[in-house]
Design a protein around this ligand. Structure first.
Ligand code: CO
Length: 653
């Protein structure tokens, strides 16, 4: 590329020729940036200080919504997701907004019915969304049909994604090779995609593979702009982005540097300098970027640094290179094992994971398939014995085997499929049609359930996608139940207090424990603290308000690393029932999680193997079964309650 550099030395302000073909840049700081680094906990109030300045940079678009934001906002931040869109639109008037849409999964974790999908797209467009980056975890574009119709009807930009995944260390092999990606790109063009995104969620795309692949797609699928989304996780993405640009990639994704690197994305500033004076010069004013960073570092980042849960020196994860799995999925697995006191089984999990993935049709690993494969792998490692595999199959694996997520890249193992579908409520024969064809409309049913608590369609959509946490949120929103302290924003005052404590600790001034140490409450917040390379976690417990609920045990960070959340939640579980030994008929939580619903009530007669309660852990629903015949003597928890491992959820006698 050196011959394209016009001058070797130049005055940044004066001698900067306009580029012939400037690379377009989408900023991800306000969605994927904090989703990747801070468990999606970014608050709207912390976006406003930089919003107007970011609007001046000249980004092709700013990704500000979708993905896990919708879930975390209502669940953990007590924020209305729709309101964020409208608020940011008041500050960001020129730059188009972009969102990550999980196709028929919308911003949740299963395929929703067409009526809900139509309503969601319509409301998102109405509330200010411009570009709908749409992906399906299986790259099954039948799952695009309904939302694309809505996007086009609203006159918005449809960006179709190809989830990039590998089964080998580099691009190739029998499943995910050049032909696979070119065919997918052609299919997207045929669907009317306004642009095509190569979505490298795990940071697996190697620089030269990107160069070859993009060169080929530009040639074979002309006329549709190509957009690269490559996570930094493995450390390759800055190089991959540069090679993609050389290959003629039209748009690339970056973050402002405080939101960049680690499991997030390459930073924009080094790219601006790298391309300065070339035919792909961004044209961005690097001083403007520096001003934004200064505000972020001073006013925003201190409130989030405790979420950067990394006692490691290295900012890259070479496990991703070794195992071809997304970093977020790996940290989920580690957390899940840790919570179950089974971290010593990690190597077994690494061995089992490719087998489970292959059995389940070599699916790409991205939300929700990364969780489906990950949780099932852990289930197998911890529960299978005497040579029997898949002794505890999650509800989502059953749905996948039924075809409810779509068509897998390779056929699902027939033996597993048969076992998973034995007694499956929808039927034992898998479907081959577009999954939503078999889904009943759900908006009216949701409306009947939630009643007047949902004041408009936006409320109803929150509830329809997240019945348990969505209802809780609407109760906070309309003042029926006061929100717990745990969803309150951290203030700069608190950050300063925590920093002072640290300083004292470092100086050895925090030695004498106070008499009568109080019990930790459910509102305790855990800060990760590093002193001279040593790692501590410091619990800060606000005094005053009574706790209302424990933080949900499962994190909502989606594919990116949610490491901080489950650890903190596990520590704040005293509000949940204490683990008990439980008699022979006790149905206990095999892992920490949230009770979704009971299938029985006190007094019901049950048979061994009947489903008693559905427990959500790591986003997956697990049906917990009766361990003996008998009568339900007690129901010991309730829907929405977070429970620790071992908690007795029901007793059968
Ligand atoms: Co991403």
């Amino acid at each position: 590329m050196s011959d394209q550099v016009k001058q070797t030395a130049m005055n940044y302000d004066i001698d900067r020729p306009a580029a012939e073909n400037p690379i377009k840049i989408q900023d991800l700081s306000l969605r994927d940036g904090h989703q990747s680094l801070f468990a999606t906990r970014g608050r709207t109030e912390d976006m406003i200080p930089v919003a107007e300045k970011m609007d001046e940079v000249g980004f092709w678009a700013m990704e500000v919504w979708g993905g896990a934001t919708f879930d975390t906002m209502h669940r953990f931040l007590n924020e209305d997701p729709w309101e964020r869109l409208r608020t940011l639109k008041r500050y960001i008037k020129k730059t188009p907004f972009s969102m990550l849409l999980r196709a028929q999964n919308l911003v949740g974790y299963r395929n929703y019915a067409d009526d809900l999908a139509e309503a969601f797209v319509d409301r998102a467009a109405e509330n200010g969304m411009d570009i709908f980056r749409t992906f399906d975890a299986l790259n099954d574009y039948r799952n695009f049909e309904t939302v694309v119709k809505g996007i086009k009807k609203a006159g918005k930009h449809f960006q179709g994604c190809i989830c990039y995944t590998l089964t080998e260390p580099r691009l190739g092999g029998t499943v995910y090779n050049h032909d696979y990606y070119i065919n997918k790109a052609k299919a997207l063009k045929d669907m009317g995609a306004d642009s095509i995104c190569l979505k490298d969620m795990a940071g697996l795309m190697a620089p030269y593979d990107a160069y070859d692949l993009i060169t080929t797609i530009k040639k074979e699928v002309p006329g549709v702009p190509i957009h690269l989304h490559s996570h930094f996780t493995s450390g390759m993405s800055s190089m991959t982005t540069l090679k993609a640009i050389e290959a003629g990639c039209d748009i690339v994704d970056t973050c402002m540097s405080p939101y960049a690197f680690r499991t997030s994305h390459a930073a924009v500033e080094p790219l601006v300098m790298s391309l300065l004076g070339t035919n792909r010069d961004t044209g961005f004013d690097i001083k403007k970027l520096a001003e934004i960073n200064e505000i972020l570092e001073r006013e925003v980042m201190p409130k989030y640094k405790h979420l950067l849960n990394e006692p490691k020196m290295s900012i890259i994860d070479i496990n991703v290179l070794l195992h071809q799995t997304p970093g977020g999925m790996l940290s989920n697995l580690v957390n899940q094992l840790r919570e179950m006191d089974a971290l010593d089984r990690l190597d077994d999990v690494f061995k089992e994971l490719p087998r489970v993935r292959k059995d389940l049709g070599s699916v790409p690993l991205v939300t929700p398939t990364s969780q489906i494969v990950g949780v099932q792998t852990v289930n197998n490692v911890l529960n299978d014995k005497d040579g029997e595999r898949y002794t505890m199959i999650t509800g989502q694996v059953k749905d996948l085997c039924y075809g409810l997520y779509g068509k897998t890249a390779t056929p699902i193992d027939p033996e597993l499929q048969k076992k998973a579908l034995a007694g499956y409520a929808r039927g034992e024969t898998p479907i081959t049609v577009r999954p939503a064809e078999v889904l009943e409309p759900e908006l009216e049913k949701a409306k009947a359930e939630i009643g007047d608590l949902a004041k408009d369609m936006d409320d109803l959509i929150i509830y329809a996608q997240f019945p348990v946490t969505g209802k809780k949120y609407l109760q906070w929103k309309y003042g029926i139940v006061p929100p717990p302290d745990s969803v309150r924003a951290i203030t700069m005052e608190e950050v300063k207090k925590a920093d002072e404590l640290l300083k004292k600790a470092k100086a050895g001034e925090l030695i004498e424990p106070k008499e009568g140490t109080p019990e930790k409450s459910a509102n305790v917040r855990t800060f990760n603290v590093f002193i001279d390379g040593e790692y501590f976690d410091v619990d800060v417990d606000p005094t005053g308000d009574a706790p209302i609920m424990a933080a949900p045990a499962a994190s909502a960070a989606g594919p990116a690393r949610p490491a901080a959340a489950p650890a903190a939640a596990a520590k704040s579980a005293p509000a949940a029932p204490a683990p008990a030994a439980g008699g022979a008929g006790a149905v206990c939580a095999p892992m920490p999680g949230m009770v979704i619903s009971y299938s029985v009530k006190v007094g019901d007669a049950v048979k061994k193997g009947d489903t008693v309660v559905i427990l959500e852990a790591m986003k997956m629903e697990n049906a917990l079964k009766a361990t003996c015949d008998g009568t339900v003597k007690s129901i010991d928890s309730e829907s929405g309650e977070s429970v620790p491992k071992g908690a007795v959820l029901a007793v059968i006698e």
